[in-house]
Design a binder for this molecule. Structure first.
Ligand SMILES: NC(=O)c1ccc[n+]([C@@H]2O[C@H](COP(=O)([O-])OP(=O)(O)OC[C@H]3O[C@@H](n4cnc5c(N)ncnc54)[C@H](O)[C@@H]3O)[C@@H](O)[C@H]2O)c1
Ligand SMILES: [Zn+2]
Length: 379
């Protein structure tokens, strides 16, 4: 028996931000990063709140890969304004901060029914529709993926107006996060017809359009398509969950501060090879699913195994065209330090929430080998 729930109301399309005025709220905490304030994007939100005479406070201290400290500061702001609504404006970092703030503030204040609106400004994490929050503990040098249905936002506003300013490098990284979400959800042990439908659509959109968006960031129509794909991928993985690519990326990002999407991109080809069993002689269950994905993306090369090899080669070529590196040392990481950190990262990746739904069982040794494959001459 399975179930599929869509709890978030989605407004999408250019100008969707105007829907903000139709959502009932009175006291609002807006959470974003400093860039949103400096670039005046936050005013696209606060002007609309002012028009409706709503009281608001802006907390603009979110950092990439949000830390426990940033969440604590956000809770202090919530205690000041006692919001009935939180609005997150930004990428996954702002949305995850706001989701964690709402959760903890509700628990400590006893306030019930605090609403949450997410306005994503990158096309990547899908956090606007997920029950996932990823928080970094800088002392432990790790990222924790927390999952709870109460974390799901009430509203998502997908307006491409906010995404045209994303630089090419961040567009590429976050887009690769979307591709990873679709492929991990697709081969997950918890995948269903419902999650497959969302994953397939999102996969096709991002595959066909990401490179053009990286080349021409001002193309709002394409931006809008990739923005919707990011959300559809979020819907897919919210139910199907993810796999070891994310587990490995979380530990890698926590230790070496590589942007989330880039960490996934580096690892994805190696994870596909492992999950499909291209390193062993027997065919593994995920092989068929990867082959189906490859065919859907226009890659067809004879046998299932050769087709999946083709998928991997095409992902590498796509990354190269978008200037995403293939090796860890090209991300400013010292190889000796990296190799020394592998056992600890593998241990953390094994314990990560996303490992449970990976299609091929893993142990620490297998995860260590996957990390090693990010070195030149790695296995
Ligand atoms: N909750 C989930 O479901 C989920 C899923 C995947 C990843 N994550 C987490 O989300 C975080 C990553 O989020 P992200 O990839 O969106 O990056 P991000 O939110 O950290 O933003 C990356 C950079 O892009 C800038 N930026 C954002 N929007 C911009 C815009 N419109 N124009 C110009 N610059 C802009 C930000 O200022 C920041 O410097 C990580 O912590 C990751 O672990 C969460
Ligand atoms: Zn991700």
């Amino acid at each position: 028996m399975g179930n599929f729930q869509m709890a978030t109301k989605i407004f999408e399309g250019k100008g969707a931000i105007d829907e903000l005025k139709t959502i009932p709220m009175h006291r609002v905490l807006v959470i974003c990063d400093p860039f949103m304030e400096k670039s005046h994007k936050v005013e696209l939100v606060t002007d609309r709140l002012a028009e409706n005479d709503e009281k608001y406070l802006v907390f603009a201290e979110v950092v990439p890969d949000p830390t426990i400290d940033v969440v604590a500061k956000g809770i202090i702001e919530a205690l000041r304004i006692k919001p009935d609504m939180l609005i997150a404006l930004g990428g996954g970092s702002a949305m995850d901060t706001a989701k964690a703030v709402r959760h903890i503030y509700s628990a400590i204040s006893g306030a019930e029914n605090i609403g949450m609106i997410c306005i994503p400004t990158t096309s990547g994490t899908g956090s606007e529709v997920t029950s996932f929050v990823v928080i970094t503990d800088p002392k432990a040098q790790t990222k924790y993926a927390l999952v709870d249905p109460s974390l799901i936002p009430d509203y998502a506003i997908l307006d491409s107006t906010f995404t045209v300013s994303v630089p090419a490098g961040i567009t590429a990284d976050t887009g690769m996060d979307v591709l990873t979400h679709t492929l991990e959800a697709y081969v997950s042990t918890a995948a269903s017809d419902f999650t497959d439908a969302c994953a397939e659509k999102a996969m096709k959109i991002v595959w066909e359009n990401l490179e053009n968006v990286v080349k021409d960031g001002q193309n709002e129509e394409l931006r809008g398509k990739v923005h919707n794909a990011s959300c559809l991928a979020g819907i897919a993985f919210n139910e199907a969950s993810l796999g070891i690519c994310h587990s490995l990326a979380h530990a890698l990002g926590g230790k070496f501060h590589i942007p989330h999407g880039k960490a996934n991109a580096l690892l994805l080809p190696h994870v596909i090879l492992y999950n499909a069993g291209l390193d062993v002689s027997e065919d593994l269950p995920a092989l068929e699913k990867y082959e189906k994905a490859a065919r859907m993306l226009g890659i067809q090369a004879g046998t299932k195994r050769v087709t999946v090899h083709g998928l991997i080669a095409n992902i590498h070529r796509k990354m190269q065209r978008m200037n995403i590196p293939k090796y860890i040392t090209d991300c400013g990481v010292n190889e000796e330090e990296y190799l020394a950190a592998i056992p600890e990262m593998a241990q953390k990746a094994l314990a990560d929430r996303c490992t449970a739904t990976n299609p091929r069982p893993v142990d620490e040794k297998a995860l260590e080998e996957l990390y090693k494959s990010l070195c030149r001459g790695g296995s």
